[in-house]
Design a protein around this ligand. Structure first.
Ligand code: ADP
Ligand code: MG
Length: 187
């Protein structure tokens, strides 16, 4: 509901409904995931969100999860550092598909701070649980910071300065699901 309201202010108002549909579809597949490898799960999530979310977010999240699966498969390890690297590569894929970079007021303004912070803290030797928590906060801060960013991609780019003072709905959504995913993880 909150996301639909923000997307109504900054886009076409379909984001909350679309993401909820995607999340429900992933939730329905959860029982099947228990027999799959992490790489297979990421691939399944990628295909599911691609087919159910729709809009720009559907395609962008599709490549996010599919690229993460590819990166993880290539790495042949379950080290958290590999996951951080997969997150960074997944952000790269989103960036390439949508031609957006950090500061353009998109989902990347939450996803990239999360991925970078997670990778940096692991590299500094922080325990995974602390690195994840800090990275989630970095993603949330990134999402909040979009309230001061001018939109350069997607529908909100047509609205220009009118969207200021409200955060980007896609970035808020990304921060929300990252927090939920980390809470649900076994770390
Ligand atoms: P639309 O209704 O324009 O098809 P959605 O409602 O599915 O798009 O998603 C809107 C959100 O998607 C935006 O708030 C933004 O965070 C994100 N977004 C839009 N365009 C891009 C892009 N080119 N790259 C990355 N993220 C984008
Ligand atoms: Mg929309």
């Amino acid at each position: 509901k909150q996301l639909t309201e923000l997307d109504r202010l900054a886009g076409d108002g379909d984001l909350g409904v679309n993401l909820a549909r995607g999340a429900r579809a992933v939730e329905e597949s959860l029982p099947e995931f228990s027999s799959l490898s992490p790489v297979e799960v990421l691939k399944a999530i990628g295909l599911t969100v691609q087919n159910t979310i729709g809009g720009s977010s559907g395609a962008l999240y599709g490549v996010f999860f599919l690229r993460a699966a590819t990166a993880l498969r290539a790495a042949h390890t379950s080290d958290p550092k590999t996951w951080a690297q997969a997150c960074l590569e997944a952000c790269d894929a989103v960036s390439n598909l949508g031609d957006a970079k950090e500061g353009d007021r998109t989902m990347l303004d939450a996803l990239l701070p999360f991925a970078k912070d997670f990778a940096d803290r692991l590299a500094q030797g922080h325990p995974t649980v602390d690195a994840l928590e800090a990275a989630v906060v970095a993603g949330e801060k990134g999402a909040e910071a979009t309230a001061n960013m001018l939109p350069r991609r997607g529908r909100s780019s047509y609205l220009g300065k009118r969207v200021l003072d409200h955060p980007d709905p896609g970035a808020v959504a990304a921060a929300l699901w990252l927090r939920a995913a980390v809470l649900a993880s076994s770390y």
